[in-house]
Ligand binder design. Structure first.
Ligand code: GMT
Length: 374
């Protein structure tokens, strides 16, 4: 198949999933064309069967807002015709599904029929998509996609609750390529460069947006470090970063917190970790939590959105209500207090991550592709 994948090229989970999916398809000898405004962060361009097409938005003084979806749909038409693509798979509804619909209509005028699959990732439904400024167009794009998938049951339910959907929605869970997450033993993982032998390492990875509640990460860690010698590693960057810095100063824990910024070496960082914190306000799936589990790291998270589908309470970690910092800190202490308990949670987290592997998930996308092509 010749597949066009439209995605956000940033460190966000939707871009990561779309990139990994495309790379896996290319490995199976499908021709994969990534189409977006920047080279995706996890995309190695020197990969067989992989192409990258950059969308340029021409600036003009009259434009207060640059018309990205216009440039994207024009690019889609060009690429589909030039490479004779079979289908488009767009990740994140806004504005990708809308642009794909427009491209499909324009292509039909040239006699080219192409289906498009829309994968909803979370905030395109729960936070942004249902806003009155976008809702009508998002609902239209969902209903006019040839197939729609969501990354969890919870997101499927949210989509059906927030929009009038006239289509079937397939749930296809997010996945990880486990080959990129080898079961690293402590000897390969030189954790002593980050922490003392007697210290636990706690990690948080996100885009530091308000929805991630990174201040809760600091509050939880502050309580934990009072009882258990530990260090906190923060990976990622975003608008909440400064507030987090202030809070660390206020709690006088700056020397125990390490900011690493954005990183492409998440799996290496996770191999040091004893615990992963994800106290998000809402999370359709929580890809970062799955990546942590694949690296044998238990999870302390909220119970919002799709997190209970990924993190099993009392097994792979614990779930708490949004904002219940005290309970999350107590649960973290419970996991970290002795080696036996910690190792049990680590083993459970690793075992559960195995149901979200590339090998399990890729055939499900291929099945959807076949269906829309028939
Ligand atoms: O967080 C976002 O605004 C968008 C998106 C992203 O690109 O990171 O995140 C969503 O998609 C991920 C991949 O499917 C999910 O793992 C995240 O849970 C989801 N984020 C939210 O629902 C907040």
């Amino acid at each position: 198949m010749k597949i066009g994948i439209v995605l956000y090229p940033t460190f966000g989970g939707s871009g990561v999933v779309a990139t990994e999916l495309g790379l896996a398809l290319a490995k199976q000898n499908h021709e994969v064309h990534f189409i977006t405004y920047h080279q995706p962060v996890r995309l190695d361009l020197l990969t067989k069967n992989v192409y990258f097409h950059e969308v340029f938005v021409e600036e003009y003084p009259l434009f207060h807002y640059q018309p990205y979806e216009l440039a994207l749909s024009t690019k889609l038409v060009d690429i589909v015709l030039h490479y004779n693509l079979d289908l488009l798979h767009v990740h994140y509804a806004i504005p990708h599904a809308y642009a794909a619909y427009m491209a499909q209509k324009m292509l039909a005028e040239s006699g080219k029929n192409i289906p498009f699959v829309t994968t909803l990732h979370g905030t395109d439904i729960t936070l942004v998509g249902s806003h009155p400024s976008y809702k009508t167009a998002v609902e239209f794009s969902i209903n006019n996609s040839n197939a729609v998938t969501t990354v969890s049951d919870s997101l499927r339910n949210d989509t059906l609750r927030l929009f009038t959907v006239k289509k079937d929605i397939d749930v296809i869970y997010n996945f990880i390529d486990t080959k990129k997450y080898p079961k690293i033993d402590d000897s390969e993982c030189s954790r002593n460069s980050l922490a003392m032998d007697n210290e636990r390492i706690i990690t948080h990875i996100s885009n530091f947006r308000p929805v991630k509640r990174v201040e809760d990460v600091i509050r939880i860690f502050n309580e934990v470090q009072k009882e258990i010698p530990s260090r906190l590693i923060l990976v990622g960057d975003g608008p909440e970063r400064e507030k987090v810095d202030f809070l660390c100063k206020e709690f006088a824990i700056k020397d125990k917190v390490l900011f690493l910024g954005n990183s492409n070496e998440v799996n290496k960082i996770l191999c040091y970790s004893d615990l992963f914190l994800l106290p998000s306000e809402t999370e359709s799936f929580g890809l970062a939590a799955l990546e942590a589990m694949a690296a044998r790291t238990p999870i302390i998270s909220t119970n919002s959105g799709g997190l209970p589908e990924v993190n099993l309470n009392g097994m792979t970690g614990f779930l708490s209500a949004v904002g219940n910092v005290e309970e999350m800190a107590q649960n973290a202490i419970h996991i970290l207090k002795d080696e036996k308990t910690l190792n049990q949670f680590k083993d459970n987290a690793y075992a559960h991550s195995k149901i979200f592997t590339l090998e399990e998930i890729l055939p499900q996308y291929l099945e959807v592709y076949q269906r829309v092509l028939e």
